[in-house]
Design a protein around this ligand. Sequence first.
Ligand SMILES: [Zn+2]
Length: 502
Amino acid sequence: MLLTPRARLKSALLASAVSVCLVAASAPEVPLGVGDRLFPHLGNPGYDVASYDLAFTYSGTNTKPLQAVTTIDAWTTTALERINLDFAQGKVESVEVDGEPATFAGAGDDLVVTPEDPLAAGSWTRITVRHTSDPVSTGRDGGWVRTADGLAMANQADAAHLVFPCNDHPSDKAMFTVRITAPDGYTAVAGGLPTGVERTGGTTTWTYRTQHPMATELTQVSIGRSTVVHRQGPHALPVRDVVPTKDRELLEPWLKKTPDQIAWMERKVGPYPFETYGLLMAEASTGFELETQTLSLFERDLFTEPAYPKWYIESIMVHELSHQWFGDSVSPRTWSDLWLNEGHATWYEALYAEEKAGRTLEARMKAAYGASDRWRSTGGPPAQPKAPNPGQKISIFRPNVYDGAALVLYALRQEIGRTAFEHLERAWVHNHRDSTATTADFVRLAQEISGRDLARFFKDWLYGEKTPLMPGHPDWKPAPPVAKGEPKAAPKVARPAGPAAK
Ligand SMILES: [Zn+2]
């Protein structure tokens, strides 16, 4: 995810606080979680989802809930009397477990399903939920995004379960089939490749399937008055963009940049990890862009706002593209590992701006160094971010995990040298592709590749309250803390000059 300048400013101005609550795991019908430090109720223990089949029926109006059927195939890892799913904001009509009706109840953000017979450990089970999926948010951020001509999705970090019942944590990746039925005149696209289009009496059903596992937070479904624009990427990779039909010509100068950007990333880190890529141009004011797997979500206005310099927009395209490797193919095991997503995406965003537009990485990192202590005090150290404030739009996406984390990568490159660093980046996305990985995995691989003991280095850079000295730049100094009563300054990096910086 990348906040647009407006939202970055807001994120810098908002203070943060820690709020964590724990629940007893033994009581009946209580929300459970997988113990994520930042989102204790996300995910559920006792099973591992292999695949989701999501079927949505869109009526043609954005204010009416969609009818939906979610089918989950899962492997039980313990014996289960109840199955907790994450689900909120929709109405559940019925639940079946292995074809038999099951009882269900809501508990917080969980849908607690009780099958007729308990499930044995180590067995396959199929859970079918008939429900509605409501695009009208009840004051919560994420899930469906209402666009000028339909709907899109933005589920990161904790909002997929506002759209469909799921095990809503990136540690449980699964395969997805998505079927969307919409009135004629609409085009529906989801992540992955199309597998069929069926037209019947005024409606069309579009089906898509992923060829790689995906985290729930990375699902994308677009329904709109759209055109799908096809082109070819490196090695004949199918690239398809989804754009408002009326804007096709207007956006083409940007869209045609993608194949070269993919080739650029492949030269840096190795083969593109998925079966397709493309941009979804949404006519909506989300305040961010999002790396939904194989189909990144962008605000259309980012490309039409005259005040944004060309190099800036291109570097943001590369930010979301690089997430396909860092964050999507290799996804975080816990949300505290978010710095691995955003630090790398910021790194390649900045590297691209350096190579293509002469915006030096060193200047950007020096500016980040100046702000880093302040970012750490507001958002926590990069690998131990503070919890989101309830109801706060920016959630955990603060500067500490963007430029603050790219700064850690810069320090690492200074410490182990360019050759070892570049080897590490390629090995990271290769070794952990289609999987999840932790901060400890990254530290281990960095040590292995550099042949160095980096325990102390990473402890200080990833978990320290203060930013350590920058190797090779002893003259770099953190900016003095902001005096009491003075407004906190917005981050001085990655924002284009001129009136766009609102
Ligand atoms: Zn990002």
